[in-house]
Design a protein around this ligand. Structure first.
Ligand SMILES: Cc1cc2nc3c(=O)[nH]c(=O)nc-3n(C[C@H](O)[C@H](O)[C@H](O)COP(=O)(O)OP(=O)(O)OC[C@H]3O[C@@H](n4cnc5c(N)ncnc54)[C@H](O)[C@@H]3O)c2cc1C
Length: 432
């Protein structure tokens, strides 16, 4: 396609019929929470937006664990970028992996050729961080994209099929031991969801299955769960997991995993065929190739206006960006990426109009984590909630945040069906 901004075209490529060729090109890398909001914020701006993502869809990562535990189907939590931004006339979408950024020449390296930009917004997000631990991601499961979630769903369900075919009790115990690593919201929600999948659904699929045969570990290297929450909520979440027969172990750091045995720091080992790594995220690989200053977890240091120091035409936002507020880094969460995406779009337009740029101020909308049906913890400033009320809040907030009316409706129907009929519609093993 010889559109302006297409790979090989560049900023000086032939203008399109509607005169868009005269407009500055804004390239946005990543159609996640931040990139999508930045693109929308530029809908009325006199620019040509080129949005690039390696996937053709926007993914609602907070519900990935529900795909992994057979509660939702992939299409329920993802939506094609082209359909989300269909009405935006100043935008082109490219499904491509950005291999490198040449800040000096103002070009992005894509498989099909170079793409020139006038302004750049990097919203490439994060990726699973295994801290270099042996075998953890090779034999275990990260949870960052749909492929990860489907791989985990297939594996979890297949363990029960294998267990159904063995008389060896030790083998059966290893197959039915599920180890979740990381006591943050993802680990807690994942451990709770596996427990409910087993206790409420799979016991009916496998009548021989005794709940006592299934062991779910939640390993946390520190001495508490949900570190960002108030201590009473941390304790409440621990008790809620206990009621679901999830064994929480504190001060337990994983050292290695070979697909059959988990090794803890200190040398202790135990058999488990499943290790789910929910213990860390770092900035996406692309940020290592930007040639900019990086802080903790590979995040790129930005100015308060979200620009790269010395490069006013480049904005970095979301999980990829490092900015401190009140002495603390802005957290790697969806609301921060959304708020930064909006501000990057606004600041870019201010830059075009030669107006002063606004500094970023993070507004914390609160914290939520669900442990299972009727049980969640929630914190809004000093107000805390737990149990059923927090669970309803969790459901409502996640439904509202999902993109697309169809997805909201399908997820609502799915949740209602699961709630009333103790069922999980998506328990298909589609590959081994
Ligand atoms: C399992 C899980 C659960 C979570 N739960 C919550 C939660 O409950 N609440 C909450 O607030 N936050 C949660 N988060 C964190 C939240 O999802 C992130 O903070 C948020 O997605 C960051 O937004 P972003 O725009 O920076 O990056 P992302 O949303 O990750 O988007 C980055 C995009 O960039 C694309 N990309 C990356 N590199 C390239 C490249 N080289 N070329 C082309 N495209 C590229 C990716 O495909 C992706 O689409 C969760 C995260 C995970 C993984």
């Amino acid at each position: 396609v010889a559109a302006r901004g297409a790979p090989g075209g560049g900023a000086d490529a032939a203008a399109s019929a509607d005169g868009d060729g005269l407009r500055p090109v804004v390239a946005i890398v990543g159609a996640g929470f931040g990139g999508l909001r930045a693109a929308r914020a530029l809908a009325q701006a006199p620019v040509r937006v080129v949005l690039i993502d390696r996937h053709n869809h926007h993914l609602f990562q907070p519900l990935l664990y529900q795909v992994a535990t057979a509660g939702l189907a992939p299409a329920d939590i993802a939506q094609p970028v082209r359909s989300i931004l269909a009405g935006q006339r100043n935008l082109d979408f490219h499904m491509a992996e950005v291999q490198a950024v040449d800040l000096g020449r103002r070009t992005l390296k894509l498989p099909a050729g170079d793409l020139a930009y006038d302004y750049l917004i990097v919203a490439a997000g994060g990726q699973t961080n295994d801290f270099g631990l042996a075998g953890v991601l090779r034999h275990g499961f990260g949870l960052k994209d749909l492929q990860d979630a489907l791989r985990l769903r297939n594996h979890l369900l297949y363990q029960f099929e294998l267990a159904a075919q063995t008389d060896d009790r030790r083998e059966c115990a290893a197959l039915l031991t599920f180890t979740v690593v990381g006591g943050g919201p993802t680990g807690v929600e994942c451990a709770g969801a596996i427990s409910e999948l087993v206790r409420l659904v799979l016991v009916r699929d496998y009548p021989w299955l005794d709940q006592a045969d299934v062991c779910i570990w939640l390993l946390e290297a520190a001495d508490r769960l949900l570190p960002a929450f108030a201590p009473p909520l941390q304790r409440a979440a621990w008790q809620m997991l206990g009621r679901r027969h999830v064994h929480v172990r504190f001060n337990a750091a994983v050292d290695a995993f070979d697909g059959a045995t988990v090794t803890l720091r200190g040398g202790e080992t135990f058999p488990s065929r499943t290790l789910i790594w929910a213990a860390g995220i770092r900035a996406a690989d692309l940020l290592n190739r930007l040639g900019a200053e990086q802080a903790r977890l590979g995040r790129v240091v930005v100015t308060p206006t979200l620009q790269l120091p010395g490069r006013p035409e480049v904005f970095v936002i979301g999980d990829a960006a490092y900015l401190e507020q009140d002495g603390q880094p802005v957290p790697m969460v969806a609301p921060a990426a959304i708020q930064q995406g909006r501000l990057a779009g606004e600041n870019l337009q201010r830059l075009l109009r030669r107006e002063a740029l606004k500094p970023f101020v993070y507004r914390d909308p609160g914290l939520l984590a669900t442990i299972g049906r009727n049980d969640a913890v929630a914190q809004f400033g000093r107000r805390t909630f737990r149990g059923f009320l927090a669970w309803v809040l969790w459901l409502s907030v996640h439904l509202v945040q999902l993109i697309g009316f169809r997805n909201r409706l399908v997820v609502l129907i799915n949740w209602a069906w699961d709630y009333f009929f103790y069922d999980r519609a998506s328990r298909l093993i589609t590959s081994r």
